[in-house]
Design a protein around this ligand. Structure first.
Ligand SMILES: O=C(O)c1cc(=O)[nH]c(=O)n1[C@@H]1O[C@H](COP(=O)(O)O)[C@@H](O)[C@H]1O
Length: 273
């Protein structure tokens, strides 16, 4: 999907919500456990209940890898279901990959070709030649970790490198990568006070912003400086939406939680675009 198609979908749905499909068998309604593929059935129900108010879904690969071959099958069925039934929706493989060039190419093929995701999250630690293989794929985005939502972000990402902080170096340096127009960045919603600085370095890039909901980040605070002329934000919530209830009403409750965020986004778009 192109960035322009993503923006068109945001404007049409009045939403820049991304729902995280981080499926934990211990948290989904027990009735699913009788099914042949509980993870896929759960995802399908969540997707069918929310696709018109969200612009993206982000399965975190760990929640699938944890269940071995069965988990990979559930992931493949989920991405195939999305691409077949809701092709307008943007998909993110949250895999946080990063390795030497020839290995990076194989990771890129796994998520862009075999799985046909629109984007994949990548860790910048190994540098330019570990990221550029992902950027070669046309109409696919590489979402580079810049400033993450967790406490450990302060261990390295805000350390000084010369007169800059490391996350600033990551943002600035990555702009010189080949095909850098295919980059987006992860910035945690829990770090709202950094968005002003971040927008000075990457004014036009899309930012994937996890940390709203279960981690306590504020949508309003993120939008104050994170919002740009194309919206430029994908706000992710996983547990806060998909585990709103573990009863028979789980899908309706997930939709209700998603709607609360979407309505807030509609208001922000109306005031800022
Ligand atoms: O790359 C991510 O998506 C990510 C980066 C980050 O800094 N913080 C973060 O929470 N995430 C992911 O975003 C999701 C957040 O989930 P909830 O806290 O349940 O909404 C999880 O899949 C995390 O792995």
């Amino acid at each position: 999907m192109t960035t322009q198609q993503l923006v068109e979908q945001i404007v049409k749905k009045k939403s820049f919500l991304c729902i995280g499909l981080d499926v934990d068998l211990a948290k989904i309604p027990a009735t699913f456990l009788q099914e042949e593929d509980p993870i896929f059935s759960f995802n399908k129900a969540i997707i069918d209940a929310t696709h018109d108010i969200t612009v993206a879904y982000k399965p975190n690969i760990a929640f699938y890898e944890a269940y071995g071959l069965k988990g990979w099958t559930s992931l493949k069925k989920t991405i195939d279901y999305l691409n077949a039934n809701y092709p307008e929706v943007y998909t993110i493989a949250d895999a946080k990959r990063g390795d030497i060039g020839n290995t990076a190419t194989m990771y890129a093929k796994a998520f862009f070709e075999d799985m046909a995701f629109d984007s994949v999250t990548v860790a910048p630690y190994m540098g330019k030649d570990s990221v550029e293989p992902f950027l070669e794929f046309e109409n696919k985005h590489t979402i580079l970790l810049a400033l993450t939502s967790n406490k450990g972000a302060f261990d390295y990402q805000t350390q000084k490198v010369g007169d800059k902080e490391l996350y600033q170096v990551v943002l600035e340096t990555s702009k010189s990568y080949k095909n850098s127009e295919n980059l987006m960045y992860v910035v945690g919603a829990t770090k709202a006070e950094y968005f002003k600085e971040i927008r000075k370095i990457v004014p036009d890039s899309f930012l994937l912003v996890p940390g709203v909901g279960a981690q306590g980040g504020s949508l309003k605070d993120v939008c104050e400086f994170g919002f740009n002329s194309q919206v430029g934000l994908l706000i992710n919530s996983s547990r806060g939406i998909i585990y709103a209830s573990n009863g028979t009403d789980f899908a309706e409750r997930a939709r209700e939680e998603a709607l609360v965020l979407q309505k807030e986004m509609e208001e922000i778009i109306k005031n800022k675009l």
